[in-house]
Write a protein that binds this ligand. Structure first.
Ligand code: GDP
Ligand code: IMO
Ligand code: MG
Length: 429
């Protein structure tokens, strides 16, 4: 069987966790392939809310396995807290949560470096989640990193010490930092016991063997396409490949093993952290989107910047990911808007353009909005496309027409069950 992929088409927080949790029972194995605890994936069911940072969103579904893939970076302290929360809600993870030996470890000094680097950038800061993501991937590409498999080596503590010393040397170029290193180190070493209690695997063999056996695999993206290290709004991006190409490197599967690429977009657009956001609304409408959509970060609690959908950006994300199906989330947030804006093209130096320019920060760049009539009705509980108000259907169909691809699912609320299913063509659905 091939691998299906679910990923975000915007700047993250598109509702990936909800959709993965919903679809998980159709699969045997759910895998995170990149990112780390910078992610916050929210799941709501049975009147409860769960936020996952490192653990795949299939963990609450029995009878299936979850793998933290080799492209992920793991902070054992965050992972331990997640495990405690999951176990407290009565879910058994033993034998169901596997970790690739090739996943890299986030050290306390990686978090220090993240903090120091952001402080030094001043106004130009990335708006990092300060989880140590950038410095950990820098050590990976710089060939200095520590991996989960290294925990099985006798000289692990010595390797840790060498890397920590290197970091302390690097930190000397920054002003001194308020960070309780000794305390964090002690927590870190304690939390390694929880990590060591999980099943370590050679992820690339594990997945390819399962695929050969006919098992169904779903790859769960973190962040969003515009935060991709290569194709996002660089330098205001994260440090991994968030796009579908990242599935191959992050899991050790070949491009030919990928089947459906399910791209998720909100019915509008948000971004948390710094960097260009052409359709951002710094007005009452943006404020209303934030309020109605509860747009506050699931990891850091920061208010998310809000704006209308950006079709130039979405077409770009569809192109670089090879999206085969779209999913729209949070359409219910638009229920009370009289008019709904959509950025259909940009104007750059007086000229209309349909593609993303190299420099998205240019003050000359302006989105050109079209406005569509709202539906002034609650979409709460609507389960079929035909039962959506006419203007909501028109909004969806207008987007399908402009994007050249259809929506297989439309999410009408945070809870697991709040979904309109349309033409879903996934294994056994
Ligand atoms: P992720 O990082 O892509 O998994 O998304 P987050 O969990 O960070 O943010 C999405 C937020 O929207 C969460 O609070 C979800 O509970 C919520 N959510 C997901 N789908 C819907 C939806 O269709 N409607 C509404 N109102 N909220 C949704
Ligand atoms: P999920 O998986 C939204 C953003 C940060 C910052 C930039 C770099 O929940 O969609 P980093 O900590 O990676 O160095 O931060 O990327 N960012 C996210 N924004 N959702 C996320 O994850 C994000 N992960 C990182 O806000 O702008
Ligand atoms: Mg999130």
């Amino acid at each position: 069987m091939p691998v299906d992929v679910i990923l975000g088409l915007q700047w993250g927080d598109e509702g990936k966790g909800k959709i993965v949790d919903y679809l998980a029972p159709q699969y045997d194995l759910i895998c995170r392939f990149q990112g780390g605890p910078n992610a916050g994936h929210t799941l709501k069911f049975g009147g409860e809310k769960h936020v996952l940072h490192t653990i795949p969103s299939g963990i609450f579904r029995n009878n299936l396995k979850n793998l933290i893939g080799g492209g992920v970076v793991i902070d054992p302290i965050t992972l331990e807290k997640e495990l405690q929360n999951i176990r407290a809600s009565g879910v058994e993870v033993e034998g169901r949560l596997l970790v690739s030996r090739k996943a890299h470890l986030i050290l306390p000094t990686h978090r220090m470096l993240d903090k120091a680097s952001e402080a030094a950038k001043g106004m130009a800061k990335i708006g990092s989640t300060l989880r140590g993501i950038g410095p950990t991937y820098m050590d990976k590409t710089g060939r200095n990193g520590l991996r989960v498999g290294d925990l099985e080596a006798n000289d692990f503590e010595n390797r840790y010490r060498i890397l920590k010393e290197k970091h302390l040397g690097l930190l000397k170029i920054y002003p001194s930092l308020d960070f309780p290193l000794e305390e964090e180190e002690s927590k870190w070493f304690d939390s390694l016991q929880s990590l060591k209690g999980l099943t370590f695997v050679d992820g690339e063999y594990y997945i390819n063997d399962r695929l050969k056996q006919g098992k169904r695999v779903l790859a769960e993206g973190a962040q969003g396409s515009m935060l991709d290290i290569d194709y996002g709004t660089y330098p205001y991006v994260t440090s991994s490949n968030t796009i579908s190409a990242g599935v191959c490197t992050g899991l050790g599967v070949s491009p030919s093993s990928i089947n459906e690429v399910i791209g998720i977009t909100k019915a509008y657009c948000t971004r948390v952290g710094s960097g260009p956001f052409p359709t951002e609304l710094n007005d009452q409408t943006g404020e209303q989107l934030r309020k109605v959509g509860s747009e506050f970060g699931a990891t850091t609690g920061r208010p998310r910047r809000c704006g209308w959908l950006d079709l130039v950006q979405l077409r770009y994300a569809i192109m670089i990911n090879g999206v085969t199906q779209l999913v729209m989330t949070k359409i219910d947030v638009l229920d009370e808007f009289d008019e709904i804006g959509v950025g259909n093209s940009y104007q750059c130096a007086g000229e209309p353009i349909q593609s993303l320019p190299f420099d998205l920060t240019s003050s000359d760049l302006k989105p050109i909005f079209e406005f569509h009539q709202g539906w002034s009705a609650s979409l709460d509980g609507v389960r079929s496309f035909e039962d959506l108000p006419e203007n909501a259907r028109k909004y969806v169909e207008m987007l399908e027409d402009k994007l050249g691809i259809s929506f297989s699912m439309i999410s009408t609320g945070p809870e697991r069950s709040k979904l309109v299913l349309r033409s879903v063509s996934l294994p056994s659905l």
